[in-house]
Design a protein. Structure first.
Lengths: 404, 435
């Protein structure tokens, strides 16, 4: 390869060379960080909840007024929901995966444990909860209707029976004998683990222990209730429309908020990951436009160089260089510049990632992304320079005799 | 001379439409990306109450203890005991406890459905302290606070909905089945970030449409609609809840002078010390009295998404500039012979500078106009990228329009410096000889 003469020629075009290399370096730094952000966000958005999310509808309901006991109202509503044609199961709760609001506490294995305990989200429910969520019970049994207890506001719920996720039993009882063991959700009040579900996530998308959930047979005496409804396949739309009518038919003194009153699980999910999806879109657009601009810049500058050197190209051709020699000259030249660019770019990319890591608590860039970025930019450079290089190779040897 | 150079510049730009379009697009895209993300950043990082932000202070008292907090930062809210004790002491010009509640507004017309409204339970000082703009009547009085009166202030939209926008001061509004007398109607007021309720809203929220006295809300046992954190489980019942170590209240104070702030901070520290002596706190006083901007900063109100996207788009602008420098260099140097002729005919270096910077400036103007259009599109599309409560704050106002144009022109002139300098270095003799 004719690298030496290329380097010699580049030395006469310092400014242009540096500019292209710099542009490639900066583009690499931004693109691989942006792609990494996209990857991370897409990963988050696709995280499973452990539920079978299709055909599930979430209802947010507030009763108006303050009767001493909301429990009869809640029970009537749940019955009404269950009798809507097309509904498979339904229950009342305080929260569910991706709701972004809910209760959490620490689980102790001793009655008077003073340590923080194993963090867990708390979901209230009844015998239809597991079926409605569509989670898999891997050990033990479901609740029965007789086990449901009432919990008053400002009281920590701690019913005698609970179902927990596998993540919790694994943490509390690493020997695998968690089923049937006693745990404490509130000082001195024992609860027995009667069942274990494979996976179910907490209501929040930013929580250190995503899979730590305790389901309890509890009806909460509060004017603020959520209902989860599972419909038979294909009947989700009909049930979706029937829910407000049915509930207002039972009792008008309630509020189902306009935007978030009745939602399919798709809506719940897209709302929960709104910011992540947005960030992924923004970063993808930035990457696309950035690569396009860099490619256009390389085309522009290379074309200029080709134009400037028509005479020299003509001389080389006249002295016996083939077209392919000219083509490979420009391709190699671009490759060398791009190589310098990506070397600098890798340093910048890692630096930028480090800076974002310390300032915005973001994860550190994985090396795969740097590698992908390097390959993409080298390829982009080659693709961008191809058209001008081809034009250069078509310069006729006669040019050598012409004055510019 | 300016208009002549302008003509020359335009002619030169027309000669090479592809290259010109490329430069205009680079500047336009770069500026638009930066300005769009800047509009979001500006909205999230702004001062919500500029005329008073330096004299309004949030109070934090650590009721949780060192083992239950992170890095020594006291919890973001107060217990009922601490908030009411500090309020009773009257150590500030104005002071109000604030917590969010949710109420159902029941219309008199039985044909209409009740609606759920966000509300704040607070004190009479809230309205003058935060310069809340009234359009009818005014806030309730300190006596109403004392008497635990059933009074309310509602917003214009609530007034429109309930009374069709008519004069409603003195009329009653039915909240959860109880009647409250309206003392005033305010504008739809929700400063962003919603500094006085950051722990419950994250800073961006539509605000409330009803305000009722804190004392009355506590009588009615209205629990908070926001966060409630307890280190120990309270005993059953509302009275025990009020005496518990659960945190759910904010306390804001207006302290006009530095001396007031120091005195107040001293008082709060003394209060915490007293609690330690009484055996309630088993740790040294750990209190914070922070003004609005400090508070927003500590609470990290600006979402990391908005900062990261601003950083990335500024990087984008830099790349676009490097790109433009390269293209301008190519463009200017191609005209070396022409420069040589001009110089030989007596043009000074200064003339060359003027000519080429003006040409670059026209690219900046074109890029700025394109950037402005794209920024407009970008601001409209912010809703696709940022959550709604933040997206609606990003607007294309005159300041942003002006900034877009200034940045575009400045960027292209900066980008033109090096190519212009190179152009001015062209040796006339050398150029003439080579031809």
């Amino acid at each position: 390869m004719q690298i030496k003469p290329i380097l010699a020629a580049l030395r006469r075009h310092k400014a242009g060379t540096i500019l292209i290399a710099l542009q490639i370096a900066l583009t690499l730094a931004i693109v691989c960080n942006a792609l990494f952000i996209v990857h991370e966000r897409v990963d988050r958005v696709n995280r499973p909840t452990g539920m079978d999310e299709s055909n599930v509808i979430a209802v947010q309901n507030r009763y108006v007024g303050s009767p001493p006991n909301f429990v009869p109202l809640v029970k009537t509503d749940v019955q009404a929901l269950r009798s809507i044609p097309g509904v498979e199961s339904a229950y009342a709760t305080n929260s569910y995966p991706l709701r972004q609001g809910g209760w959490s506490t620490g689980i102790q294995t001793k009655p008077d444990g003073t340590k923080d305990g194993v963090p867990t989200a708390l979901y209230f429910g009844d015998e239809q909860t597991l079926k409605t969520l569509g989670v898999r019970l891997i050990a033990g049994r479901n609740f029965n209707a007789g086990e449901v207890v009432t919990v008053q506001p400002q009281q920590t719920p701690s019913p005698p029976q609970v179902i927990v996720t596998k993540a919790i039993v694994d943490k509390l009882f690493p020997n695998g004998d968690g089923l049937g063991k006693t745990i404490y959700l509130s000082k001195g009040k024992p609860s027995t683990i009667i069942g274990v579900v494979e996976k179910l996530t907490v209501p929040w998308t930013d929580f250190d222990h995503l899979d730590n959930v305790t389901i309890m047979p509890v009806i909460f005496n509060s004017g603020y209730q959520h209902f989860l409804v599972r419909t038979r396949p294909g009947e989700q739309d009909a049930v979706f429309k029937a829910i407000p009518k049915t509930l207002y038919g039972v009792n008008r003194m309630r509020v189902l908020p306009e935007k978030y009153g009745v939602r399919t699980y798709d809506m719940v999910r897209s709302r929960a990951y709104e910011a992540d999806r947005g960030m992924a879109i923004l970063m993808s657009v930035v990457c696309g436009v950035l690569l396009a601009i860099t490619a256009a810049g390389i085309v522009g500058l290379s074309s200029f160089w080709v134009g400037q050197r028509r005479k020299q190209i003509g001389v080389r051709r006249a002295l016996g260089a083939r077209r392919s020699d000219i083509l490979s000259y420009f391709m190699t030249e671009n490759f060398l510049i791009a190589l310098a660019g990506v070397v600098l770019g890798v340093v910048l990319a890692v630096g930028l990632s480090q800076w974002m890591f310390t300032h915005f608590e973001m994860k550190r860039l994985s090396f795969t992304y740097v590698l992908v970025g390097v390959v993409v930019l080298l390829g982009l450079g080659q693709a961008a320079v191809f058209a001008p290089a081809l034009r250069a190779s078509k310069v006729s040897p006669v040019e050598a005799t012409r004055s510019v | 001379m300016f208009s002549y150079y302008l003509q020359l510049g335009l002619r030169s730009l027309r000669r090479n439409p592809m290259l010109t379009a490329l430069m205009v697009m680079a500047i336009g895209f770069g500026v638009a990306a930066s300005m769009t993300t800047y509009s979001v950043f500006r909205a999230t990082a702004r001062d919500p109450i500029p005329q008073k932000s330096s004299v309004l202070f949030n109070t934090q008292v650590d009721a949780f203890g060192p083992e239950n907090i992170e890095k020594g930062e006291p919890p973001p809210a107060l217990t009922y005991k601490d908030a009411t004790a500090l309020l009773r002491a009257h150590k500030a010009k104005r002071q109000a406890i604030i917590y969010p509640v949710s109420v159902s507004v029941i219309p008199d017309d039985p044909a209409r459905l009740p609606s759920r409204e966000g509300a704040y339970a607070t004190g009479s000082d809230f309205f003058p302290m935060f310069d809340v703009p009234f359009i009818q009547g005014g806030g309730w009085t300190p006596e109403d606070d004392e008497k635990h009166a059933s009074v309310a202030v509602i917003t214009k939209s609530a007034n429109d909905k309930l009374f069709n926008g008519a004069q409603s001061v003195g009329k009653q509004v039915n909240l959860d089945g109880r009647l409250f007398r309206i003392t005033g109607v305010i504008q739809d007021w929700a400063p962003q970030p919603l500094f006085f309720d950051v722990p419950n809203t994250g800073g961006f929220d539509e605000g409330a449409s009803v305000y009722i006295p804190f004392t009355r809300a506590v009588d009615l046992q209205l629990s908070t609609n926001g966060n409630n954190n307890c280190v120990a489980e309270p005993a059953e019942g509302w009275a025990n809840y009020l005496q518990s170590e659960c945190i759910w209240l904010s306390l804001w104070s207006e302290l006009p002078t530095k001396a007031d702030v120091d005195a107040y901070r001293g008082y709060v520290t003394g209060y915490a010390a007293e609690q330690q002596r009484a055996g309630r706190f088993r740790w040294a006083p750990n209190v914070r009295v922070r003004d609005v901007m400090d508070w927003l900063d500590v609470q990290r109100v600006v979402p990391p998404e908005s900062q990261v996207s601003l950083v990335v788009s500024l990087g984008f602008l830099v790349i676009c500039l490097v790109n433009t420098v390269g293209l301008l260099l190519a463009k200017f140097m191609r005209r070396a012979p022409e420069i040589g002729v001009r110089r030989a005919l007596g043009a000074s270096r200064k003339d060359i500078y003027a000519q080429f910077l003006i040409e670059a400036g026209t690219i900046g103007v074109a890029g700025g106009i394109l950037g402005l259009l794209l920024t407009g599109l970008g601001v409209l599309g912010v809703g696709l990228v940022f959550p709604e409560p933040i997206a609606r704050l990003a607007t294309l106002d005159p300041v942003l329009i002006l900034l877009t144009l200034v940045v575009a022109i400045a960027a292209s002139v900066v980008a033109a410096f090096y190519p212009t300098w190179r152009a001015a270095q062209v040796q006339p003799a050398w150029q003439l000889k080579s031809n």
